[in-house]
Ligand binder design. Structure first.
Ligand SMILES: [Zn+2]
Length: 267
């Protein structure tokens, strides 16, 4: 079973204007280009983009994808609509519409989504993000987030939130990675999306400390959600043995998400 462990297929409809872009200009909520485009676009345009991304994922043999779903409750509904009738299975990690904790909204999100997946903790105020994580754990759902993508972030603050997995870690240092390994937190890396911004995931340390590493393609507006291409990129550019790279899209996520897969197979 092949996994794509990190996507944002909601932005597949955006065609990126040529030029150099920083992560903040494109993706930091609420003013990054992606978020401006999402707030202007019709639901149908977003859903059509998602369907195209799903075509690409199915074509390369993906069985499960884990999507960080923007747009609150409506964003979750759009993904459910886009994936209707397909074989591929989405693990949906939603997020509140605004960068604020609202108990009722989170209850509603978690009634359909598999958990919460947010941008950086630094986009949030500390109390709100703590409440959001606690609420997710109370409901026994997955809490995940991006971390240390363009600057090193406080790993202890992140660990306190008890994430199941973290995405990126390009700027994490060796000690941060040791801590993550000790805590059994998973790490999803997206080397092609990182290279678009001249960033690199810390593959050597992740393997050295035996972190549970998985692979994702990140934002569909900059990288096609083809996990086989992602794996080949990793093998070619990071000196990762083929066998280990295959584990990152098959064995590692199958073990790591065992519980949710069991539920999926029984539903
Ligand atoms: Zn992402």
């Amino acid at each position: 079973m092949i996994f794509n462990c990190h996507t944002h297929i909601g932005d597949a409809f955006v065609s990126l204007p040529k030029g150099k872009w920083s992560v903040e200009e494109l993706f930091t909520p609420p003013h990054g280009l992606k978020h401006r485009m999402l707030s202007k676009a019709s639901e149908q345009i977003i859903i059509d983009g998602m369907k195209k991304a799903i075509d690409i994922m199915e074509k390369c043999g993906t069985s499960v994808f884990i999507d960080f779903r923007e747009g609150g409750v409506d964003g979750v509904k759009m993904l459910i609509e886009a994936v209707k009738g397909r074989k591929i299975f989405p693990i949906i990690l939603a997020r509140p519409k605004e960068l604020e904790y609202d108990e009722r909204e989170v209850d509603e999100l978690l009634s359909t989504a598999d958990g919460i997946g947010i941008s950086s903790i630094y986009d949030w105020n500390e109390e709100d993000v703590k409440m959001l994580a606690e609420h997710t754990h109370e409901k026994r759902k997955i809490f995940a987030l991006h971390a240390s993508e363009i600057r090193r972030e406080d790993i202890e603050k992140i660990i306190e939130l008890k994430p199941k997995f973290i995405v990126h870690l390009c700027r994490a240092n060796e000690d941060d990675i040791k801590r993550i390994a000790d805590k059994g937190i998973g790490v999803v890396i997206c080397p092609r999306a990182n290279s678009f911004f001249n960033l690199k995931p810390p593959v050597e340390y992740l393997l050295e400390y035996k972190v549970k590493v998985m692979l994702g393609t990140d934002n569909a507006m900059i990288v096609k959600p083809d996990i086989i291409e992602e794996m080949n990129f990793l093998i070619k550019n990071f000196n990762v043995p083929e066998e280990k790279a295959i584990d990152m899209i098959e064995k590692n996520p199958t073990n790591f998400f065992e519980e949710i897969l069991k539920k999926m197979l029984h539903s």
